[in-house]
Design a protein around this ligand. Sequence first.
Ligand SMILES: Cc1cc2nc3c(=O)[nH]c(=O)nc-3n(C[C@H](O)[C@H](O)[C@H](O)COP(=O)(O)OP(=O)(O)OC[C@H]3O[C@@H](n4cnc5c(N)ncnc54)[C@H](O)[C@@H]3O)c2cc1C
Length: 440
Amino acid sequence: MSAVAEVIVIGGGLAGLAAAAALGGAGHRVRVLESRPFLGGRATSYEIGDAETIDNCQHILLRCCVNLLDFYKRLGVDGDIVFHRQFHFIEPGGRRSVLRAGVLPRPAHFAESFLGLRFLNLQEKLAVMRAIQAVSREYFRRDDLDRITMLDWLREQRQPRRALDRFWGPVLVSAVNEELDRMAARHGLQVFQLGFLARRDSYEMGVPAVPLGQLYRSEAWQRLGNVEIHTRTPVERVMIEDDAVKAVVVGGEELRADHYVCALPFERVAGVAPELGVDVSAFEHSPITGIHLWFDRPVTDLPHAALLDRTIQWMFNKDRGRAVQLVVSASRSLVAMARGDVIALALRELAEFFPMVREAKLEKAHVVKEVRATFSARPGLEVLRPVARTQVPNLFLAGDWTRSGWPATMEGAVRSGYLAAEAVAEATGEARGFVLQDIG
Ligand SMILES: Cc1cc2nc3c(=O)[nH]c(=O)nc-3n(C[C@H](O)[C@H](O)[C@H](O)COP(=O)(O)OP(=O)(O)OC[C@H]3O[C@@H](n4cnc5c(N)ncnc54)[C@H](O)[C@@H]3O)c2cc1C
């Protein structure tokens, strides 16, 4: 028989918050313990010097992120996400192309705009179209996609160099936060299968219309009633005795519950729960760099764009063109570069795409180098990602690095939280399905 359980969730990032929302919504009493003064972990926003609130880095989602959208719905903030139906690509010099679903039925819905892209020639486009057909055939059938890199797979598909550099790279490096020669092919195919082929609208790009931190605002949690949020509450230790968690230690005090969800990044788990013996030695980080620039006048009229052939990969328009946020995924080349050099590089490159940058005055700049942005989704890692259940019956794992089936993304984090919530519910004698299956 099911019973109302007391649950402690350690970590108020998306994984922990999703577990809390699911369990709280199912009637359990949940306490979230978060070390920082705000929620959202890596997907958050904060104030910089002059009362300007910025996102840690631009975060986007696609409509195929069904669990993330379900989580936003639970919090009543799904209306804060604005969906865009067009992907803009720009070449140095400013020539633009647009990718969008057209009138043809799925899976040919992109054919019209794809054939119109100006940055690939016809032969390159035909090669890409052949490979995209192979995605549908191979994603569900091949069992070695976790063992080879995306570049291996693209070479099998005989993709020309420019198609790698101007199409596969720009889409996948940002989606998976890893280079084509380092990411497992499974994740690359997954992005195209779920994001571009599964449904006509699954590619639509969601951009939060409010700072990320506002998505987890306190009114949103009041809807759920059963969830208490405690920020500035770092958990020092998970105490495991006689094969069960006895308590967690916060400020020297022991807090107890029936079940515990540990939703920390992989590099933090051993420090907080050493007896759990989770082996994370196979995990490595992949960095992301965000560059925020404020100008004295608008420099672009586009809402966002993939910038081809340069270091900067994406531009997002933040204030009618006067402020832009630039993103570089898998940004190893920028990690050791001085802040001033990163800004100079960004301005130089941006001017090649948007000539107005040359005339505009830069008023302010802010660089966020997230060296530990995500785990590197390399071949061979999937089987080493731990599942929610641990050998300690009342302790469950969540986090974008656990085995969610997705790379390190907001969707992956929310899925992992829902999977942990399902395992907790089952331990209380209740069979609950919180995870929504992938579309398509
Ligand atoms: C720069 C950047 C850009 C990204 N862009 C995208 C994007 O566009 N789209 C996308 O889908 N994903 C993106 N991601 C990935 C996404 O942000 C993460 O995959 C996701 O937010 C991870 O959530 P999590 O809950 O697993 O971990 P985290 O967000 O790391 O949450 C863990 C939480 O635990 C807390 N904590 C740590 N130690 C303790 C302790 N001892 N006690 C209590 N609490 C503790 C931390 O403060 C944190 O809040 C990006 C990530 C970064 C860094």
